[in-house]
Write a protein that binds this ligand. Structure first.
Ligand SMILES: *Cc1c(COP(=O)(O)O)cnc(C)c1O
Length: 492
């Protein structure tokens, strides 16, 4: 089992090399041609297992050159009460036949913690395994949540430096405050004047910029990625779909073998691709609902077969999904073309040149049902769920949840659904409170207090701490300046 670039057959890597490189030298994404599978017996044995034990079973299937001992070390180091406020890492809230999988119980209150908390340990093991001499420089473009989760995971890790670039006008005030107050002596945070796509394209270019890479090499550094283009980000996300299925069986909410739909609020296509990989493993997942916001380039793609990013970029109330170039879709395209790297490369070149491409599908797209939810419908859905049940969900989760409601209404499909609850409502207090009440123009921290009263949940400590945190980073740059920032920081 080897990882291959989606854009040519020349670049193969072991899992540990793929994690260290982040992206293949030709700009492709490291992907497996032969997806692993799990026997029914093994899946059955996971019913009642702890999250950590599920992780120890699933991760080795994808991380081919890690020993079980190394996997156990990574899991034991990352997945404990120091990093998560619940013993089982996640919480499942059930409302009728909808199961909200709360993936936001890590330090930064978004699902990104599930993978980013373990990524530094993967990198440490991978560096040792490959006798790496250089220090690692992580470049991260963020739509709001990856940045903070990566900063928190990598702060003060020896031999690693991290740079985060976020769209100055494209994240929630709480998300921004989380990032610009980050502690640690190896962290750097910049606002950029463009949007997430601008940051992501610049950063992706730098990974394959030979001049920059040789300057860094001479100084003893090399670049890598903490975005979901890195398989070290993607693989830990498969675990929670397996765990959730086993846990729903364990708690009597599903019978073993019963199908489960999954709905995922989607931006860069990482989280839902992980659900597809869990399905490929043999977990009885049926329809994968790909939920977009008003930047609905993905749902249009699934409906028409044409990917077309030539449209205005909209800053929405689910900012972590404000993306028009969805990186991980490239991996699905590669699978859809029966691993035709040449064709995938051509389609991606076309995307780069014209902003669009069309795919002749062999059927893989039929695993997915996609649609988008407007900002207004998102807010109304938050209100409706709260009025019915008292449960408060964030704007991203609401996009996925509202799509389930629409899908059930249109299709009469009564299969139970797992909804990826990707962020805590406390990360988006203005929008969420705006949905629940008519109160507006309140300070963020007033909104947080009110949200706590309404939802009868405690304000997470990390959010309370933000109120008095000192701002360390305030520089705003153009995305095209990222290169010179890195060069100047590291050159001799
Ligand atoms: C990143 C993010 C998403 C989108 O996930 P992708 O893996 O990029 O599709 C959705 N919701 C929240 C809260 C996020 O942080």
């Amino acid at each position: 089992m080897t990882y291959k670039s989606t854009r040519s057959d020349q670049h193969c890597a072991t899992a540990s090399q793929a994690i260290l490189n982040g992206i293949a030298p030709d700009g492709g994404l490291y992907t497996l041609d032969h997806l692993p599978t799990l026997s029914t017996d093994t899946l059955r044995q996971l019913v009642g297992a702890s999250y950590q034990d599920v992780a120890k079973t699933i991760l080795p299937l994808f991380l081919n050159d890690f020993t079980q001992e190394e996997i156990d070390y990574c899991v034991n180091s990352a997945y404990g009460v120091d990093n998560f406020n619940t013993d089982n890492m996640v919480v499942i809230q059930t409302i009728a036949n909808r199961h909200y999988l709360e993936l936001f119980h890590g330090k930064t209150l978004a699902f990104k913690d599930m993978a980013l908390s373990i990524l530094p340990y993967f990198m440490k093991v991978a560096a040792k395994k490959n006798h790496l001499k250089n220090e690692l420089v992580i470049l991260t473009a963020t739509s709001g949540d990856t940045g903070k989760a990566a900063l928190e995971a990598f702060k003060d890790v020896d031999g690693i430096h991290i740079f985060v670039f976020y769209p100055k006008e494209g994240v929630s005030p709480i998300q921004e405050k989380q990032m610009v107050t980050q502690s640690g002596n190896n962290v750097h945070v910049f606002g950029i004047t463009g949007n997430f796509d601008d940051a992501q394209s610049q950063v992706k270019q730098l990974f394959n910029d030979n001049d920059l890479n040789s300057v860094l090499q001479d100084a003893g550094y090399q670049l890598t990625s903490a975005n979901s283009i890195n398989i070290g980000r993607l693989v830990p996300q498969i675990v929670y779909y397996v765990y959730a299925y086993a846990e729903l069986v364990n708690s009597g909410k599903l019978t073993f073998g019963q199908p489960l739909n999954v709905s995922v609020p989607t931006g860069n296509f990482g989280n839902i691709l992980a659900a597809y990989y869990a399905k490929a493993l043999g977990v009885p997942l049926n329809t994968l609902l790909c939920a977009s916001n008003e930047n609905h380039v993905l749902s249009d793609f699934f409906q028409t077969g044409t990917y077309d990013k030539n449209r205005p970029f909209i800053v929405t109330n689910s900012p972590s999904m404000d993306i028009l170039i969805s990186s991980n879709l490239e991996r699905l395209i590669y699978h859809a073309t029966q691993h035709d790297a040449k064709l995938t490369q051509q389609l991606m070149a076309q995307l780069n040149e014209t902003g669009s491409y069309a795919l002749m599908d062999d059927g893989i797209l039929n695993h997915f049902v996609a649609d988008y939810i407007s900002q207004d419908d998102t807010l109304q859905h938050i209100k409706a769920i709260f009025d019915e049940t008292g449960y408060v969900i964030d704007t991203h989760t609401a996009v996925a949840s509202a799509l389930v409601e629409r899908y059930e209404r249109i299709t009469n499909d009564s299969t139970p659904t797992l909804i990826a609850a990707t962020a805590s409502p406390y990360k988006f207090p203005q929008s969420v409170l705006g949905a629940l009440t008519t109160v507006t123009n309140q300070d963020d921290f007033d909104c947080i207090q009110r949200l706590s009263q309404l939802s009868q949940t405690d304000i997470p400590q990390s959010v309370a701490d933000l109120m008095h945190a000192t701002i360390r980073f305030s520089l705003v740059i153009d995305a095209t300046d990222i290169r010179s920032i890195i060069t100047n920081h590291f050159k001799g």
